[in-house]
Design a protein around this ligand. Structure first.
Ligand SMILES: O=P(O)(O)O[C@@H]1C[C@H](O)[C@@H](CO)O1
Ligand SMILES: O=c1cc[nH]c(=O)[nH]1
Length: 329
């Protein structure tokens, strides 16, 4: 049940209200405008009151000269696994002509994520799902704010299940769709659901997709459903618990497909919602490991999948390299 009330949810009343607060974008000055020099102006007055801000999950804090370390960052690339993001960092060393021996995990003291810096590129692992991804994303936004990085662009380099596209295809997300089929990231704040619109930057999306032409596999621009679960949340039949029929599963997947969804993963809505709110451009670029209209299990060989996972890495790497070359010219 939806209500417009401001009071707290009463458990004693025996039922719960879903108090929804949709941001009035004009009233809230949304998305957050950047400073004139392109640096990030985060909308949080409380940050100014901190003597030292501890970026706990990154193992960094503002007593370090973050400006010296990160001011030149122009691209932040995130993906689920530490292995993939090290591969991406190695790839960027080759593409940008940086010595691989200098690769250090800059967050290793926190034992949580992995973060590498290659010239103007940060490569960071984010774990599985929105809670894990959004913690590191928010700390990276603060990191770049303190460092004075100008106009950073964010990418997610991920894997996904495709919908009606051949396995190994790459999908560049136009928008994220929630598990309840809304183009928003719904985050509970102070007991109410706040809905952050989950659209990606249209120009960036087109530019990245254009950089893919001629790669020998298909690249799509489309919607991406971000599920909060890998099994029932993605309409799989092979989880430990399942309470719907195959026909119901297929009807749901076809509905998604008709809505323009081309793939399913677990981060797109929050990635779009938070980057958009912070006023930074972002793109979600995922390879598909299977066609969910054909099955649930990921059965391709490890070497095939490793090859597929290089596709978003190479595509985003090419986009960044072209940008760096055009800045030098
Ligand atoms: O970037 P990754 O490959 O982690 O993205 C998808 C979505 C989940 O994080 C995970 C589920 O297998 O893969
Ligand atoms: O089907 C898939 C494959 C990878 N990641 C997902 O979240 N779903």
């Amino acid at each position: 049940m939806q209500c417009n009330c401001d009071h707290l949810v009463s458990a004693r009343a025996g039922h719960y209200f879903n108090c929804i607060s949709v941001w009035d974008e004009k009233e809230m000055g949304f998305p957050c405008p950047k400073n004139a020099d392109g640096s990030l102006r985060l909308r949080n007055a409380h940050l100014k009151q901190l003597d030292c801000d501890v970026l706990y999950h990154l193992g960094l804090d503002t007593s370090t000269d973050l400006r010296a370390m990160f001011e030149d960052v122009k691209f932040v690339c995130m993906g689920g696994t530490k292995h993939r993001m090290r591969e991406f960092a190695i790839h960027m060393c080759r593409v940008l002509g940086v010595e691989e021996t200098k690769l250090l995990n800059l967050t290793k003291h926190a034992h949580r994520y992995a973060m590498y810096k290659v010239g103007p590129v940060l490569s960071i692992s984010h774990g599985i799902g929105i809670p894990s991804m959004s913690v590191v994303l928010q700390e990276v936004l603060k990191l770049l704010h303190y460092a004075g990085s100008r106009d950073p662009v964010f990418f997610r380099i991920g894997t996904s299940g495709g919908l009606g596209v051949p396995p190994g295809s790459v999908v560049v997300s136009a928008w994220g769709l929630s598990g309840t089929l809304e183009k928003s990231y719904d985050v509970p704040v102070l007991g109410k659901i706040r809905k952050l619109p989950s659209f990606f930057d249209e120009r960036l999306c087109q530019e990245v997709a254009a950089a893919a032409s001629g790669d020998g596999y298909s690249t799509y621009i489309g919607g991406t459903m971000a599920a909060d679960d890998y099994y029932r949340g993605q309409a799989r039949l092979d989880g430990p618990l399942c309470d719907y029929t195959e026909a119901e599963k297929m009807a749901f997947l076809r509905t998604l497909s008709e809505l323009g969804v081309r793939n399913i993963e677990m981060e797109a809505t929050a990635f779009a919602g938070y980057t958009r709110e912070a006023g930074v451009r972002a793109a979600d670029v995922c390879v598909t490991l299977l066609d969910r209209l054909q099955g649930d299990q990921v059965t391709s060989s490890k070497s095939t999948m490793m090859g597929w996972q290089m596709r978003p890495i190479e595509l985003v790497g090419r986009y960044i390299a072209e940008h760096c070359r055009s800045q030098q010219a």
